[in-house]
Design a protein around this ligand. Structure first.
Ligand code: COA
Length: 373
């Protein structure tokens, strides 16, 4: 058995930002037009009037100030309201692979390694841009990596579940190393025409290199242990999929073909589930909350993280102990906790203990306990 370690991370951040004010201005133009176009049906009670969005509500409810997106022209066009991406030929790298190349190159540089040092690629994300071939195999080919690749999806928890898969393979000796990649194009599955959720998501790609600890050439994080758990819920759901055209109204512009959630229920049910999961994981490893230097939590909502932080630490954590990046990136699904880790871990001292935790649809929760080396 070998000890797995995180030896490098990388983050690809798109160039375009959308502020809450820009988002709300576009949504309200769309909503006003909808109400004018449907004035008669609204007057007869057949259609509900579309309420306006509000930037102050968004910040207070979520902590989000802006998000990065691959394309903002389509999203901010009230006649389109989704990203517009160029059709690529099958001979060009796909969008997810292109984002991944940037993040993977940064992760390898961070670890002082090259593609020749990698044995496997795992693409762990909430959505995959095609059914097959696997995005991971495409990335493997573009980077010249030997070995194998596969895609997996556990929604917002994909990164930690991917890290567990990679860490277990490294531990057992079946591979020496793996890149776990999280290309998240959340803007494409978000319903920008629904004020309840239009502010939630952004786009990004993260990459994490997992190696045998003995192969690390610089500062790294030993993986003490990982833990994953799932419990079925319909409170976060997206019905899009390959059976779409088989249904009578499958190809219509249906609300359930984009992200849907019962936000209040998610908040109430997931927060205690995650807090209990982390506390049990730490207890089973004999780690007291006084020994925990840092938590890199899933980046969905500031209040959720504040609550989990208080429950786990037994006090209000200092901002540096539980760094948030959601104010800048919004919810980037599985990538959020890895962005927080990548941008807020270099200052940790030898033997400091930290915890990455992601959670979301499924429900799912994954935690990774780390020791700075
Ligand atoms: N602008 C203005 N008002 C809005 C609004 C907007 N953009 N969106 C919703 N509202 C209104 C609602 O219609 C509701 O009005 P009502 O009281 O008259 O019915 C009111 O504000 C409160 O809405 P609610 O949805 O209950 O807000 P909330 O405080 O629960 O916050 C979330 C919404 C999504 C931020 C919150 O539920 C949350 O973060 N949940 C966690 C789940 C999550 O983010 N999951 C992502 C996947 S992991």
């Amino acid at each position: 058995m070998y000890t797995p370690a995180i030896t490098g991370t990388g983050v690809f951040t798109p160039e375009n930002t959308i502020t809450n004010d820009e988002l709300v201005a576009c949504f309200n133009t769309y909503a006003q037009k909808f109400n004018v176009d449907h004035a008669d049906q609204i007057a007869s009670g057949d259609v509900d009037e579309m309420p306006m969005s509000n930037a102050e509500f968004i910040f207070n409810a979520s902590g989000i100030e802006q998000r990065y997106v691959l394309d903002k022209t389509g999203i901010l066009n009230p006649d389109i309201m989704h990203p517009s991406l160029r059709q690529r030929s099958d001979d060009e790298p796909g969008v997810m692979a292109e984002m991944a190349l940037d993040a993977c190159a940064k992760a390898l540089a961070d670890a002082g390694k090259t593609a020749a040092d990698v044995d496997a690629v795992i693409v762990a994300a909430s959505n995959h841009e095609r059914a097959y071939p696997a995005i991971a195999v495409e990335i493997q080919d573009l980077m010249g990596i030997k070995g194998f690749g596969f895609d997996m999806n556990v929604a917002c928890s994909s990164a930690t579940f991917g890290i567990q898969a990679a860490a277990d393979m490294v531990r057992s000796g079946s591979i020496r190393s793996a890149l776990v990649v999280n290309p998240e194009i959340c803007s494409a599955h978000l319903e920008w025409r629904d004020r309840d959720c239009h502010f939630i998501f952004g786009d990004v790609c993260t990459a994490t290199l997992i190696e045998r600890k003995e192969d690390a050439t610089g500062d790294h994080f030993e993986i003490i242990s990982t833990r994953c758990a799932t419990q079925f819920s319909n409170n976060i759901r997206n019905n899009d999929g390959f059976l779409r055209r088989t249904r009578p109204d499958g190809m219509k512009d249906r609300r359930d073909m984009q992200f849907m959630q019962n936000g209040r229920k998610v908040f109430k049910e997931v927060v205690p589930m995650v807090s209990a999961h982390i506390l049990q994981h730490m207890a089973d490893e004999g780690i007291e909350n006084t020994q925990l230097s840092r938590m890199w939590l899933h980046q969905a909502n500031k209040s959720m993280n504040d609550y989990i932080g208080r429950k786990v630490m037994g006090r209000v954590p200092e901002p540096a102990e539980q760094p948030n990046i959601l104010q800048d990136y919004a919810n980037t699904s599985s990538a959020g906790s890895i962005i927080a880790f990548s941008k807020n871990s270099d200052d940790m001292k030898p033997d400091d203990i930290g915890l990455i935790c992601s959670f979301g649809a499924g429900y799912s929760v994954g935690s990774v306990l780390l020791k700075r080396c």
